[in-house]
Design a protein around this ligand. Structure first.
Ligand SMILES: Nc1ncnc2c1ncn2[C@@H]1O[C@H](COP(=O)(O)OP(=O)(O)OP(=O)(O)O)[C@@H](O)[C@H]1O
Length: 279
């Protein structure tokens, strides 16, 4: 489990990026930090691998306060995937993926073997392993970024808008792929995004943030969509514009009652009649 305990961050220039933030992310689940630009998402994410030191409060991994863990050692056991894949341009794809296992002491052959395995896991043709990152599409580069994040087999994966720079269709494909990978690998993931659909697709828990890292709402996707107490949240989720407002409930005769976000019935979808020509 990852726990943020009353963390705050004021940068040297006096910017209060996060005022006071607490959150528990259970092991093997995905928490999405969702919010608009500048609300402190990246700051919070980077506290977990000590790229940012909190000014107050603490971050714990499995009950251990990470301020006592050596940062380099910590980062080697936490995968980190960024928006622009962060790949080394002068190294082949396979060696980009194999970097951390190599640093962790794996032999070159073993690290590459693992690298090719990971390429398959994230849906990349292994023939691309000998290319350089610049010879791949944006979507392929992001897959390499994910494979690299997983290379040291970390329990924790930090993902900072990893699919932000690819076109919408590829983005949806990458989201599906990540959901599939997570189904299999069950990592503890913190995923930062400002894309609501992405959050609803990937999050077991979604934390909607306002400026200063203030939690406006948190819950499962269903809870967020169904319990709209906060105007900021409902505006942010687009519910008031009707985008995600439809709900369906089973009626007694097997049909579906469709209602809007306020519970106003809009109509009933009748059950399909028995067809005589069907066996
Ligand atoms: N190194 C820094 N020095 C000073 N201020 C910083 C620094 N890094 C971030 N900030 C400020 O802290 C606030 C939160 O930034 P952060 O990057 O955490 O937000 P974010 O929600 O991830 O934004 P985005 O979605 O644009 O990446 C912003 O006001 C930002 O300008």
């Amino acid at each position: 489990m990852i726990e943020f305990r009353n963390v705050g961050k004021t940068y040297q220039d006096g910017t209060a990026a996060v005022e006071e933030f607490s959150l528990k992310v259970p092991s093997h689940s995905t928490a999405v930090l969702l919010g608009s630009s500048g609300c402190g998402k990246t700051t919070l994410l980077r506290m977990v691998n000590r790229m940012v030191e909190p000014s107050s409060g603490s971050v714990l991994i499995d009950e251990e306060d990470i301020s006592g863990v050596e940062p380099v050692a910590l980062r080697r056991r936490i995968g980190y995937v960024m928006q622009h894949s962060g790949l080394l341009p002068h190294r082949r794809v396979i060696d980009n993926i194999a970097t951390v296992p190599r640093l962790n002491g794996a032999s070159r052959a073993e690290a590459r073997r693992r690298g090719y395995e990971l390429m398959e896991i994230v849906g990349l043709d292994t023939a691309l392993g000998t290319r350089y990152p610049g010879q791949l599409s944006g979507g392929q580069q992001q897959r390499v970024g994910v494979a690299r994040g997983l290379a040291a087999d970390p329990n924790i994966l930090l993902m900072d808008e990893p699919f932000g720079a690819v076109d919408p269709l590829v983005r949806i494909e990458l989201q599906r792929e990540l959901a599939r990978v997570q189904e299999e690998l069950k990592k503890t993931i913190i995923f930062v995004t400002h894309d609501i659909d992405e959050a609803l697709t990937l999050g077991d828990q979604i934390v909607v943030l306002k400026a200063g890292g203030v939690i406006a709402a948190s819950g499962t996707p269903e809870e967020l969509v169904q319990n709209q107490q906060d105007e900021f949240v409902s505006r942010f989720l687009g519910l008031d514009s009707g985008r995600r407002s439809l709900k369906a409930a089973q009626t007694e005769d097997g049909g579906l009652l469709i209602s809007d976000a306020q519970g106003r019935p809009l109509g009933v979808v009748e059950p399909e009649p028995e067809r005589a020509d069907r066996p």
